[in-house]
Design a protein around this ligand. Sequence first.
Ligand code: ATP
Length: 306
Amino acid sequence: MSIEGADTLAIETKALTKRYKDKAAVKHLELKVRKGEIYGFIGRNGAGKSTTLKMISGLAAFTEGEIRLFERPVGDPAVRRRLGVLIESAGLYPNMTAKQNVVMKARCMGLVDESSADEVLKLTGLADAGRKKVKHFSMGMKQRLGVALALLGNPDLLLLDEPINGLDPEGIREFRQLLLKLHEEGKTIVVSSHILGELSKIATSYGIIKDGELIEQITREELEERCQDYFQIEVHDIQRALVLIQETFPTVRAEVFDACSIRLFGIRDGAVINQMLIENQVQVSASGMHRMDLEEYFLERMEGRR
Ligand code: ATP
């Protein structure tokens, strides 16, 4: 067996495609998730996130392509055992307690040792849920119980589909802490979401999917580099403004944003730009410093502006 290092791919898909009748829900997806990552899988509703995660976890057949987990074919039972999944409803029994739910699933999986049930309940902060039935749980507790079920068998790779949907801020915070704890333990986690601000607090890499196609994979470091501060100006004569800026401030990188806006990167003081333009009879109708965040970056990518 090969030795796994930081470069090992926990998930690799090659030309992964899913068609429902004549409609392709996922098209030639080339996903690469490195071991130990928290991979934020981002896309609008209907982009193909759930379909992709279902194919990886074996809940949906794929039409074409290949999936490898830990560099072995997905059909290999040894790698399948390393996978834990929370997709759609977690299949909880509402009239049972957290522990009863976990023990039930553990038995179905052939795990005889009940201490693993206690372990996953402790890890997900549900050890004290006691005799409370699941139907009286908060949404956050239910989601954490879903993760507890996914953690049975101590998988190395977790696939979580929209796990923070419907959680209140406290539930989201608890969930974030849980994911960070699991990450510290060395687990690889793929988490799909459209709550981008939240994802950006934990993800180490991102994949952006649009209309079934992966339009970008980017690491946190690359994203931070691209989300630099910029000074945006609205002017009436873009071409003249560009020439003047390039002549006067050659180290500033200028990007035309739309018909009347320019974004300037690599400047600290926007006032000098405004002053220079006004002195050269270029009208500036608006200006300001901005910090691009994940949400803005993502929206721009989705709209094809980058
Ligand atoms: P959401 O956040 O809304 O769940 P998603 O990114 O997870 O979105 P998918 O659920 O993977 O998107 O859906 C991708 C596309 O495939 C959508 O157009 C959807 O209508 C279609 N689709 C999904 N499941 C089926 C199915 N069983 N039969 C036919 N079409 C389907």
